[in-house]
Design a protein around this ligand. Structure first.
Ligand SMILES: [Zn+2]
Length: 358
C-alpha cells in the first residue's frame, strides 16, 4: 500500500468554504440538475462530481441521461461517474441484472460520446458472488479508468436489510460487502477502489482504507455539524450543539461531550489539543455555530487521512497494528474492527471467490 490515499471533501452550492483551491472536493450533479445555479460557487483543487443517481433513486426521481451529461460537461470536473442504476431493497435478481446492463451501456456511452471520457469513474454493482466476478471482469475489459466506485454490492440478505450502502451505517454486512468487493477488484483488475461516503467519522474512514479503499469522501462532516455534532481525532462523533437537534439524525443519539459521557475528560483533552482554526482561536463557538463545527470536522478528517497515509505507507501490517492498538480499543466500533480483520484475512488468503459455488 504505497499509493496515496485520497479524501474528497463534500461541498454544496452554498459552500462551507469558497476557497478550496488546495482541496479535493466532492459535489453532486443533483445539486445543479434543476437549479439555475449552473456552476459551484467555490474554487476547487480537484473536483469529483457524483452523478446524483443514488439520491435520485431513494427519492423516486428519475434522472435524464442527457441532462446529467450536460451538467457534468458544463461543470467540467476532474472525475465523474456515468449515470448508474443502484438497487433498492427487495428487487429480484432479474431486475438487478437489467439495471446493471443499463449501467454498462452508460459507461460505454460516456466513454465514446461525451467530452468526459478521460474523467470517467465507473460504478460496480453486483447481486451475488458470480455476478460480482463477471461484472468486475467486464469493467476491467471495458472501462478506461484508474478507479472504480463501489455501488450496490448485495447478497441474499439484501431483501431484509435496508440502508446497505446509502447512509453507510456501520454494520457487519457493510464490512463484508466492502472486504469482498475490494478483494475481488484487487485480484482481478488494476483499478483502485473509491468507496462512496466512508468519511463520516475517523473510525469509518480507517475501516474503509484498511479494507482496501484508496479513495473515499466525506459529506458527513458537514451534515454532522448541522446536527450539532463534532468528530474527535481517532474517535467517533460527539454531540455539542443545540439540544433540540439531539437524536434527529439517523444513527441515533451521539454521546454528549458535556453530560453523561463517562469519557468526558478524555474527550475534552482531545478537543483542547485540536489544532484546527476554530479550536485554536475561539473553541466556544463550536457549541453555537454549525459552520465552526464543519471546519473543525473537516480538519479532523483530513488529519485522520494523513495518519492513515503515514502508517499504511510504512506497511499494511503497520497500519493494522496501529488501528488494533491505538484507534479501536475502547471504541464503539471495536466489534466491527474485529470483524473487518477476520473478513479481510479470509478473502486475502483464500480462493473463496473462485471456489464457493461461482
Ligand atoms: Zn478543532
Amino acid at each position: 500500500m504505497s499509493d496515496k490515499l485520497l479524501l474528497w471533501i463534500g461541498e454544496q452550492p452554498s459552500p462551507v468554504k469558497k476557497d478550496r483551491s488546495s482541496d479535493l472536493v466532492m459535489d453532486s450533479v443533483i445539486n445543479y440538475y434543476d437549479s439555475e445555479q449552473r456552476k459551484p460557487r467555490y474554487e476547487w483543487g480537484q473536483l469529483f462530481l457524483d452523478n446524483g443517481a443514488f439520491t435520485a433513486r431513494m427519492k423516486g426521481i428519475s434522472l435524464q441521461r442527457d441532462r446529467v451529461i450536460e451538467v457534468q460537461e458544463h461543470i467540467d470536473p476532474d472525475r465523474t461517474i456515468p449515470l448508474d442504476y443502484p438497487f433498492r431493497t427487495g428487487e429480484p435478481a432479474a431486475r438487478m441484472r437489467k439495471l446493471w446492463n443499463k449501467t454498462k451501456d452508460n459507461i460505454t456511452y460516456w466513454q465514446t460520446s461525451t467530452s468526459l471520457r478521460k474523467k470517467v469513474v465507473p460504478t460496480l454493482h453486483a447481486w451475488d458472488k458470480s455476478s460480482l466476478i463477471k461484472n468486475v471482469q467486464w469493467l476491467q475489459r471495458n472501462a478506461d479508468s484508474d478507479f472504480v466506485a463501489l455501488g450496490s454490492i448485495v447478497g441474499p440478505g439484501f431483501q431484509k436489510f435496508d440502508g446497505f450502502f446509502g447512509d453507510r451505517q456501520p454494520s457487519m454486512e457493510l464490512i463484508d460487502m466492502v472486504a469482498l468487493a475490494s478483494s475481488c477488484v484487487a485480484k482481478l483488475t488494476d483499478f483502485k477502489v473509491h468507496l462512496m461516503g466512508f468519511g463520516s467519522s475517523p473510525l469509518m474512514l480507517h475501516l474503509g482504507y484498511y479494507l482496501g479503499a484508496h479513495s473515499t469522501d466525506t459529506t458527513g462532516y458537514r451534515r454532522k455539524a448541522a446536527f450539532g455534532k463534532i468528530v474527535l481525532p481517532g474517535k467517533g462523533e460527539r454531540h455539542v450543539g443545540d439540544d433540540s437537534l439531539r437524536g434527529r439524525e439517523f444513527g441515533g443519539q451521539a454521546m454528549s461531550i458535556r453530560e453523561e459521557n463517562p469519557k468526558r475528560e478524555e474527550d475534552l483533552t482531545l478537543l483542547n489539543r485540536c489544532g484546527c482554526p476554530v479550536c485554536t482561536s475561539n473553541p466556544d463557538i463550536l457549541w453555537i455555530d454549525w459552520r465552526a463545527r464543519a471546519i473543525h470536522n473537516e480538519f479532523v478528517m483530513k488529519q485522520e487521512a494523513s495518519v492513515a497515509q503515514y502508517f499504511s505507507s510504512v506497511s499494511e501490517s503497520t497500519y493494522e497494528k496501529f488501528l488494533d492498538r491505538v484507534v479501536f480499543p475502547g471504541s464503539s466500533l471495536r466489534y466491527l474492527w474485529e470483524y473487518a480483520k477476520l473478513r479481510k484475512n479470509y478473502y486475502r488468503i483464500s480462493d473463496v471467490l473462485f471456489n464457493e459455488g461461482v
